[in-house]
Design a protein around this ligand. Structure first.
Ligand SMILES: *Cc1c(COP(=O)(O)O)cnc(C)c1O
Length: 424
């Protein structure tokens, strides 16, 4: 399998695509073709991990990691995937049973194990406003061949989120930047263009622009759709909460493999770039609006470029993807409705998808649940008027010893912090 850039005629293998992250002149790597994997729907499907090993093999084929794919998946996807029926028409695919309690553990752990399996030291530089940082830090913690620098805006993330970024082993350097998220992101961009960084560190990214994050995410859509098909002989429709659209793109890709996936609907919060595109045919990135579903507060979703590349024609795009924007008020309503009608508690991101699934309730819908609700207890508790228990694995993280450095948003300071930590 080769991966090529959305912007230029460059072809690379899996290893090269994940070590570089971004293709030249800002393009994103996408699979060169989508093999027909429809035979999988008639195979005996056992557990998710065994399935993922078989399913992901073609995507590593022809790269230096081909022979290590089973080992990578065994280490990376080592936590449960849970599918629940709420009623005949409504089900939930819970993706938050990994170490940092969001679906980002799937992608981050697979990328981490893949990079670590290469016989070379790599550096990951990542800016975060929350969930990505904790999933990435946790996934790479204590891995021998990769050092990670996580930049986050000082005082702008919750103490719980900060604890989950700053509690890992020595190869994870957590840096609180005096500034906002955009300052962190700008530092990452500057580093990728700076001689010292280019010459001294083998740099890559762990944001969802890295195809190594998207590939494993295809596997849970494939697995649950096949399980559903074998039981009911029908395709499974998904409603997916979308921010940067990585998770949704993974589902679109899985459907391209001729698996029994039905309609794909993306639920966004009030950041409407995708919804506006579907209405007007014009794509206009917007300034980010803050909402209750804050991990989806993205004004300019980076994976839109992958979707547009696949469905280059507007009519084709509309035929394959629908999207609905959900307001904060509707998020609250959905959280309350899930609790009252199904005794089901969900995070604000999952609530956007739940709201949209209820609108489409003439057909069966599977709501994709992206985070454990107790990560967002300050939002949920006042709505359901009940205290959420903190899961043991979240409590364990919060109680670990924390360590970080503090810098002003200057590349020279970032360089000094990295030297002091990793080159002494
Ligand atoms: C990151 C995140 C999302 C958005 O996922 P994308 O792949 O960026 O669209 C939704 N929910 C939660 C909890 C997240 O952490």
């Amino acid at each position: 399998m080769k991966y090529h850039s959305t912007r230029a005629n460059i072809k690379v293998d899996f290893t090269k695509s994940i070590t570089t992250g971004l293709a030249e002149n800002g393009g994103l790597y996408v699979p060169e073709h989508f093999p027909d994997l429809s035979y999988l729907k008639d195979n005996l499907v056992t557990d998710y991990q065994t399935f993922a090993k078989e399913f992901l093999k073609p995507f590593l084929a022809g790269s230096s990691l081909e022979n290590k794919s089973s080992e990578i998946i065994k280490e990376a996807l080592n936590f449960p995937l849970i599918y629940k029926n709420l009623n005949n028409n409504l089900s939930v695919l819970e993706l938050f049973h990994g170490p940092t309690l969001s679906f980002k553990d799937f992608g981050a752990r697979f990328l981490a194990q893949s990079l670590n399996a290469l016989n070379k030291k790599h550096f990951i530089l990542v800016a975060t406003s929350g969930d990505t940082g904790s999933a990435v830090a946790s996934s790479f913690s204590a891995l021998e061949n990769v050092n990670v620098v996580v930049l986050y805006p000082k005082g702008k993330i919750s103490p719980r989120q900060e604890a989950q970024i700053t509690c890992w082993s020595k190869n994870i350097l957590a840096i609180a930047v005096d500034g906002v998220f955009d300052d962190c992101q700008l530092l990452v961009k500057q580093a990728f263009n700076d001689h010292w960084f280019i010459n001294n560190l083998s740099l890559s990214t762990a944001n969802s622009i890295n195809i190594g994050r998207l590939l494993p995410q295809m596997s849970y859509y494939a697995y649950s759709a096949i399980k559903h098909y074998q039981k009911y002989q029908t395709n499974l429709n998904f409603v997916i909460p979308g921010g940067n659209l990585g998770n949704a793109t993974a589902c679109v890709y899985a459907k391209q493999l001729k698996l029994p996936i039905g309609n794909i609907t993306i639920a966004t919060n009030e950041n409407k770039a995708l919804v506006n595109y579907l209405e007007s045919g014009k794509y206009q990135p917007n300034k980010t609006i803050q909402t209750l579903a804050n991990a989806m507060d993205v004004g300019s979703p980076s994976n839109f470029e992958r979707l547009k590349y696949l469905f280059d024609d507007f009519e084709k795009f509309k035929k394959n993807i629908s999207a609905v924007s959900v307001s904060d008020q509707q998020i609250k309503q959905a959280i309350l409705s899930g609790f009252n009608n199904f005794n089901y508690i969900m995070c604000p991101h999952t609530a956007t998808a739940f709201y949209v699934a209820k609108l489409n309730n003439h057909t069966a819908q599977c709501v994709v649940a992206t985070a454990e609700p107790s990560k967002f207890e300050t939002i949920i508790e006042p709505i359901i008027k009940q205290v959420l228990p903190t899961p043991a694995r979240l409590r364990a993280l919060i109680e670990r010893r924390q360590q970080n450095k503090n810098i002003s948003p200057q590349l020279s300071e970032l360089k000094l912090a990295i030297e002091a930590t990793f080159f002494n």
